[in-house]
Design a protein around this ligand. Structure first.
Ligand SMILES: Cc1cc2nc3c(=O)[nH]c(=O)nc-3n(C[C@H](O)[C@H](O)[C@H](O)COP(=O)(O)OP(=O)(O)OC[C@H]3O[C@@H](n4cnc5c(N)ncnc54)[C@H](O)[C@@H]3O)c2cc1C
Ligand code: FES
Length: 296
């Protein structure tokens, strides 16, 4: 069992929790995720590791209510327990690996986080800051009331740019428009990392392709097992089939087929859609187990 040792309400529908999880806290790196399960009836919920404290043996998650599983998580209090907290899953961010540090130091990096995507950006920016690299960070929200993590991000970012779609705070516009404005002012970037809704990452990639800035995205399709077996998180990257849970979640954004990923995610939501996908995708439908909850 994994205890919630701190709980902070960030927004009416967003909560931050520190979970006592010694093994995950010891091994995890920025870019990875966990799968949480509240109890034996609970759904398996993939959540990005938003911070960790190896001494306190805690892992921070930030949860936004979407459906029944996350709604139930929202009701948990400090001191309550989660039944499962499986991880770390997925590959760590290449940027946050000691072996790549010298190369990373040479780069001028900009992060673009959208909405909830701000939280998973944080551990990467923090890791870089702790290794002497100050990245620029753009965080975008629909409006001022939805803003969170500003001070945390400011403390680790080189320059922080906050944007709101309605202009109620910071730059009036979205992350793409802010990046374009910075480039127009003469800023030069060698790498962009974007985390947020798929549609946002798609548009960031269209822009950065035009600007000639290599871009990494963190893909968050529907996941079930998180171990490459079920096929839920199938993507097409550079024309090849990949599974976000084991091959990602980070990919070269300029090679991701976002339209296919968004269409597939919609289809995967219904039993009929899954059956159609299983038929169309044939042998490449599953990551490994060869069956899909009896759908095949
Ligand atoms: C690698 C990864 C990291 C993630 N990190 C976070 C995080 O840090 N914080 C957070 O709040 N959420 C995160 N998510 C999304 C989160 O896992 C889902 O919102 C959650 O599983 C929904 O569960 P539910 O039971 O509340 O909703 P459900 O009842 O299962 O679903 C509600 C609706 O949301 C859809 N849905 C489910 N999963 C997703 C998804 N991944 N993308 C889009 N639509 C989906 C369903 O099809 C349904 O229409 C992440 C997802 C992935 C794959
Ligand atoms: S969640 Fe990735 S293959 Fe099942």
């Amino acid at each position: 069992m994994y205890q919630i040792v701190r709980r902070q309400q960030l927004q009416s529908n967003i909560v931050l929790m520190d979970i006592k999880a010694p093994r995950v806290a010891k091994e995890c790196l920025p870019g990875q995720f966990i799968i949480a399960k509240m109890d034996e009836f609970g759904e398996r919920i993939p959540l990005t590791i938003c911070d960790y404290d190896r001494e306190k043996e805690t892992v921070t998650i930030v949860v936004q209510t979407i459906g029944a599983g996350t709604e139930r998580m929202m009701d948990l209090k400090e001191g309550d327990f989660l039944m499962d907290f499986v991880g770390p899953l997925g590959c760590p961010s290449e940027l946050c690996l000691e072996k790549n540090l010298e190369e990373t130091r040479k780069k001028k990096i900009v992060f673009i986080g959208g909405g909830l995507g701000t939280a998973p950006v944080y551990p990467q920016v923090k890791w870089l800051h702790e290794h002497g690299i100050d990245a620029d960070v753009i965080i975008g929200y629909r409006n001022k009331d939805l803003l969170f993590y500003e001070e945390e991000m400011r403390s680790v970012a080189g320059n922080l740019y906050v944007t709101t779609d309605d202009g109620s705070y910071g730059f009036h516009g979205n992350g793409c428009q802010q990046l374009q404005a910075l480039v127009d002012e003469g800023k030069k970037y060698d790498l962009c990392v974007s985390i947020g809704p798929m549609i946002m990452m798609k548009f960031v990639c269209l822009l950065t392709k035009e600007l000639g800035i290599p871009t990494i995205v963190s893909m968050n399709p529907i996941m079930v097992d998180g171990t490459g077996m079920c096929g839920a998180c199938r993507l097409v990257v550079d024309g090849k089939v990949k599974f976000a849970c084991v091959d990602g979640p980070e990919f070269d954004g300029h090679l991701v087929d976002f339209d296919q990923a968004m269409k597939r995610m919609q289809q995967y939501k219904s039993e009929e859609g899954r059956a159609k996908l299983a038929y169309e995708e044939g042998d490449t439908h599953h990551g490994g187990c060869g069956h899909c909850g009896g759908d095949k």
